[in-house]
Design a protein around this ligand. Structure first.
Ligand code: NAP
Length: 304
């Protein structure tokens, strides 16, 4: 269903990257927002930057009651909630043997439990509002496997299974929709925020698209839902290679990860923002594009 603006949208992950870009885009066109992430002070700063109304509801998506309170805050402020977007996620580098079990479990919890908690909270509100649209920001890595990113792949494959199931469950309901947006590499802080147990910091592998470009796809899917929408110039090629030529894919993907992903400086084990927010590093972009690097005077991007 195409919703009519202004609408009331819960944006989970609104303090950084794609969620922040989405909040700006929605606010600029008159939508009323509920901003959700773990760090309340950072969300208040974002709310102050936005041109339109925004209430702040700090929540960790793995906490079902906190997610419910955040959605209820939207209903209390605006009378209804008829849109929701989630971008909440952290990453971790390291082989399945290197990444501690609690880190893998946490990444999966955020993606699978967190998305389920949000769906349970918003879908009844969509029905009360006469319709609504949920957009889940997934990843190319929900459809391919990448060495040293197994915890993130497990999280995103699990989230994909959950969301595809949800789509089959609501398909008969007029006006209640669930969409997936699957980006390739995006120029956001997530790479510097990631945990690492691989002995090195990670970085965004080229080609890298802007967070605004992904936000445009998210807003488009709020209006015009679609089962799955890839954003990234090499996504479909990567998925085709993974599925159609698995032996060739497996041969190439390891060296590609060494060259293009684990190319940061040596690093001791670091849990990144997996368990706690690191608001000081949260912003719109990560500086991973060529232009971003030039803006930083050519400095290595992972130095902050
Ligand atoms: N950047 C990429 O290259 C890329 C590529 C493909 C897919 N994606 C996906 O795009 C989405 C957004 O990523 P991004 O690059 O924009 O990352 P980001 O800049 O690091 O933003 C992540 C957001 O999620 C929030 N968050 C993290 N854990 C949370 C939790 N447990 N509960 C509530 N909020 C939480 C963070 O705020 P707090 O820390 O304050 O909670 C932050 O607002 C993610 O789902 C990611 O997997 C990104």
């Amino acid at each position: 269903m195409a919703l009519t603006s202004p609408r009331s949208v819960v944006v989970v992950g609104a303090s950084s990257g794609i969620g922040l870009a989405t909040a700006h885009l929605l606010s600029a066109r008159g939508d009323r927002l509920v901003l959700v992430a773990r760090d309340e002070a950072r969300l208040r700063a974002v709310a102050d930057e936005l041109p339109g109304p925004a209430v702040v509801a700090a929540a960790d998506v793995t906490d079902a009651e906190a997610v419910e309170r955040a959605v209820a805050a939207g209903v209390a402020a605006y009378g209804q909630v008829d849109g929701a977007v989630t971008t909440a996620q952290a990453m971790a580098y390291g082989t399945v043997e290197q990444v501690p079990p609690e880190v893998l479990r946490r990444l999966v919890d955020v993606a699978v439990d967190g998305t389920a908690h949000l769906a349970r909270a918003v879908l009844p509100r969509f029905r009360e509002a006469g319709g609504g649209s949920l957009v889940v920001v997934s990843s190319l890595l929900a459809e391919i496997a990448v060495p040293s990113m197994g915890a993130y792949c497990s999280a995103k494959w699990g989230q994909l299974g959950l969301v595809r199931t949800l789509q089959t469950e609501v398909r008969h309901e007029r006006g209640v929709d669930v969409s997936l947006v699957l980006p390739g590499a995006v120029d956001t802080p997530i790479y510097r925020q990631a945990a690492t147990y691989a002995g090195r910091a990670g970085s965004a592998p080229p080609p890298v698209v802007s967070p605004e470009r992904v936000a445009e796809a998210v807003v488009k899917r709020l209006d015009h839902p679609r089962r799955a929408d890839h954003v990234g110039p090499v996504n479909l090629l990567a998925v085709a290679g993974f599925r159609g030529l698995p032996a060739v894919y497996d041969l190439l993907v390891g060296p590609m990860v060494d060259q293009a992903v684990l190319r940061g400086p040596r690093s001791a084990d670091d849990e990144g923002n997996v368990f706690r927010a690191r608001p000081g590093a949260e912003r719109l972009r990560g500086g991973w594009t060529l232009a971003g690097r030039l803006r930083r005077g050519g400095r290595a991007r992972w130095r902050g």
